[in-house]
Design a binder for this molecule. Structure first.
Ligand code: SF4
Length: 353
């Protein structure tokens, strides 16, 4: 295995190209499956078949860590069978499943625990079935608007050059008077989406953070400046724009870090981006399981995971989370909120959690 495979790059400047690709045989009955197969062949990638996208057991790698890193560069093309959508509070009513897994290596990412032993990247070829299910959810809630979050289990912008699924979702929602789409990304590869007819029904959000967080905890994502340049293009293309500041991390110099973040955003964003801008603020949290997994996968991480410095928040399904104590959480919320309104008086803060 190459050294490159084992050490995630600091930044993902080029579009992602996996090192291994698996196909479920039935995926090739769909035009998207055939298209991805052609693409994989053109790229000269090793191609394997698998009976199920949920059971890839023979990945190469000698240690668990090596297997994990290789899984992050493995693409599995399959059919989405579960068409019951999960809820996605507080950002939307439902999570719309177009991909699972991500090639980036954010130390804090909750996919580390939710995907468990299956950190490889899955894209689904039966978008028509997924859109049919979305249509039903919209109809059930009429005359209310229904929002779908497309980035609950992946970063779909980083996979768009392979799957084309966001394009299909955006164009579908454009024609749905009561349907809205939203997703968030840390990648800047937005070009294929800029010329689509979105009818302002899709809110495009970028995940941003203080320098300290991006530098230390977000390997293999696009740089801050690439993300902001992409945000400017997205705003110029008329999409409603938003930023998610997450995870907000208490670190030495955090006030300067988050102040500079908002200053840089203000400097870089074109005027048209600021009239309908939303912010979502999420403080860092972790579970006991997450802590164990993170420390195995990123043994040198500087991520602070000390339960004694945190407040325990009981969870609905048993396992609680460690969040910042009230005093710290309030300081973070108040300071960042002030900075946002100072720089973007017309922006809306959707939530702090
Ligand atoms: Fe997780 Fe998002 Fe980072 Fe991908 S970009 S590893 S989905 S936090």
């Amino acid at each position: 295995m190459s050294v490159e495979t084992l050490t995630p790059p600091l930044r993902q400047t080029e579009v992602f190209v996996p090192e291994l690709v698996y196909f479920e045989p039935d995926a090739l009955n769909y035009p998207k499956g055939q298209r991805i197969m052609e693409w994989a062949k053109q790229q000269g990638l090793p191609i394997h078949m698998t009976t199920s996208h949920n059971r890839i057991t023979n990945l190469p790698g000698e240690s668990d860590l090596e297997k994990y890193r290789i899984a992050k560069r493995t693409l599995v093309v399959g059919i989405r069978k579960t068409l019951k959508f999960d809820t996605s509070k507080p950002s939307a009513e439902y999570a719309i499943p177009i991909a699972t897994g991500c090639m980036a290596h954010c130390h804090y990412c909750y996919l580390q625990t939710t995907l468990g032993a299956k950190p490889y990247i899955r894209v689904y070829v039966n978008t028509d079935d997924i859109l049919k299910a979305a249509k039903q959810y919209i109809e059930e809630r009429a005359p209310e608007i229904t929002r779908f979050e497309a980035a609950c289990t992946s970063d779909p912008v980083g996979l768009e050059h392979i799957s084309g699924s966001l394009q299909e979702l955006i164009e579908f929602m454009a024609k749905e008077p009561l349907g809205r789409l939203r997703f968030v990304t840390k990648f800047h590869h937005v070009e294929p989406l800029l010329t689509l007819n979105h009818n302002k029904h899709t809110r495009f959000r970028f995940s941003v953070n203080a320098d300290y967080v991006i530098k230390n905890f977000e390997p293999a994502t696009s740089s801050f400046s690439e993300r902001i340049t992409a945000a400017g293009k997205v705003a110029k293309a008329g999409y409603p724009l938003g930023f998610i500041i997450a995870p907000i991390i208490w670190h030495e110099g955090w006030e300067t870090g988050y102040k500079q973040l908002l200053e840089k955003l203000k400097e870089a964003l074109p005027e048209e981006a600021t009239s309908d801008l939303t912010f979502e603020l999420i403080q860092h949290r972790f579970t006991k399981t997450a802590k164990t997994v993170i420390q195995q996968r990123y043994p040198k991480t500087k991520l602070e995971l000390d339960e004694t410095k945190r407040k325990y928040k009981w969870g609905r399904w048993g396992q609680g989370k460690y969040v910042y104590p009230d005093e710290q959480a309030t300081a973070l919320r108040e300071f960042i909120t002030e900075q946002i309104f100072e720089k973007f008086p017309m922006a809306k803060i959707d939530y702090f959690t």
